[in-house]
Design a protein around this ligand. Structure first.
Ligand SMILES: NC(=O)c1ccc[n+]([C@@H]2O[C@H](COP(=O)([O-])OP(=O)(O)OC[C@H]3O[C@@H](n4cnc5c(N)ncnc54)[C@H](O)[C@@H]3O)[C@@H](O)[C@H]2O)c1
Length: 378
């Protein structure tokens, strides 16, 4: 058995830096080569990261690598995942899985047919603070969750104002903050709480970004089949370093989590076996505010995927599960267009008839334009 997994990367843009830094503590992850259509990005990254470069996709895919890490614009995820699977490479692809449910289905069937390991790089699934919350939920420390709220806020970069840059566009990004950041929250919440019953969503633009760009701010209200009602607040135009927050309240206690805290979790539990009773307590968890939590979560994520390859086991975080996050993204957009609470059953009816490709059409018309009133500067 080899001691490490040789990864080739596709896409040498912004997120690569965090995967590279994350791998520093995980010798099982060995990044060896890179492919990118942007020769300048490719050469710059390869020099900095000491990678062999390829300008031809087929040569790259057929080279001596065990796995491919895909980090490209969202509309390209499907075709590159399938291309890598078809030559027998294991694939880990950045979130969001794809921009439609049909693309997710094609990815699932192609990777299954190829018999390779396939996982979506949803780093929130590999953040120790989130794993801790999942564990205490399973152990019953806060009982049945009936209420929650979660937030992700990021500081926009000048690229938000570049109409030719794909991030947050309707066509290449598949939408704005709901697709780009919301998917993190939805995938995490589905992991904690199960299946979504219905949603209500409002979209707005607080940045004076070009018309090709979708919403930068949103609120999504979710009702889970188990009964929990949750608020998801997301924005890419908040003026603070990137952070996330989650609050869950159950029949036996509450858990608060904030990525910007050094000790990211606080629990109040009335469970008979709770470590501390009558007050909030903070367990020791591997963590650090941005950019530390990025490095930690991506390091664990890539190392876990490498272990799945070496030990020939199916990743616990399945593509089917990642697909449920995309379903909630699309449900939120559908609800914003409907201007009312919309059920998952309604989304599934569309999926089974005309398909989900057109859900993004018409979203532009329902985005509230706030920026005229705001004095927002980058
Ligand atoms: N997990 C996270 O928190 C997180 C954070 C940032 C980005 N991401 C995800 O990572 C992915 C990439 O985002 P980014 O911010 O690095 O984007 P980016 O624009 O900075 O980089 C994308 C790279 O892909 C290359 N590319 C474009 N088309 C290509 C093609 N056909 N073949 C090969 N390379 C191609 C571009 O030249 C560029 O170098 C997206 O899915 C994004 O949502 C995840």
């Amino acid at each position: 058995m080899t001691e490490n997994v040789k990864f080739g990367i596709i896409g040498t843009g912004g997120v690569w830096r965090f995967h590279k830094l994350g791998a520093k503590n995980h010798s099982i992850v060995n990044f060896v080569s890179a492919y990118d259509v942007d020769e300048k990005n490719l050469q710059k990254t390869a020099k900095y990261s000491k990678l062999t470069t390829y300008s031809n996709l087929n040569e790259f895919l057929k080279s001596d690598i065990d796995a491919v890490l895909i980090m490209v614009p969202h509309y390209l995820h499907k075709e590159l995942v399938i291309a890598a699977a078809e030559v027998g490479k294991n694939v880990i692809c950045e979130k969001p899985m794809a921009t439609t449910l049909e693309d997710c289905d094609e990815m699932i069937s192609a990777t299954r047919k190829a018999g390779i390991k396939f996982m979506i790089a949803e780093n929130h699934r590999f953040l120790p603070a989130h794993q801790y919350i999942k564990d205490i939920l399973e152990q019953g420390y806060i009982g049945e969750v009936f209420l929650g709220r979660t937030y992700e806020g990021a500081y926009a970069t000048p690229q938000f104002f570049d109409e030719n840059y794909w991030h947050f566009t309707f066509d290449k990004g598949g939408g704005g903050v709901v697709m780009d950041q919301g998917v993190h929250k939805f995938t995490m919440l589905n992991w904690f709480l199960g299946e979504v019953d219905s949603a209500q969503c409002w979209l707005s633009k607080s940045l004076n970004s070009p018309p090709s760009k979708a919403e930068d701010t949103a609120i999504v209200l979710l009702r889970y089949k188990g009964g929990a009602i949750i608020t998801v607040d997301i924005s890419s135009s908040t003026i603070h370093p990137l952070t996330n927050r989650t609050e869950l309240h159950g029949t036996k206690g509450s858990v608060l989590e904030d990525h910007s805290w050094n000790d990211p979790v606080q629990i109040f539990s009335s469970h008979p076996e709770a470590e501390v009773k009558g007050e909030f307590f903070s367990p020791k968890i591997e963590h650090g505010p941005f950019p530390e939590y990025y490095k930690i979560s991506m390091g664990h994520e890539d190392a876990y995927f490498a272990r799945c390859i070496l030990e020939d086991k199916k990743p616990e975080f399945t593509p089917e599960e990642a697909r449920t996050g995309i379903a909630v993204v699309l449900l939120a957009y559908l609800s914003a267009k409907n201007g009312r609470i919309t059920s998952m059953d309604e989304l599934m009816k569309i999926y089974k008839t005309e398909g989900t490709k057109n859900i993004i059409k018409g979203v532009k018309e329902v985005i509230q334009q706030n920026y005229g009133e705001m004095n927002w500067e980058i």
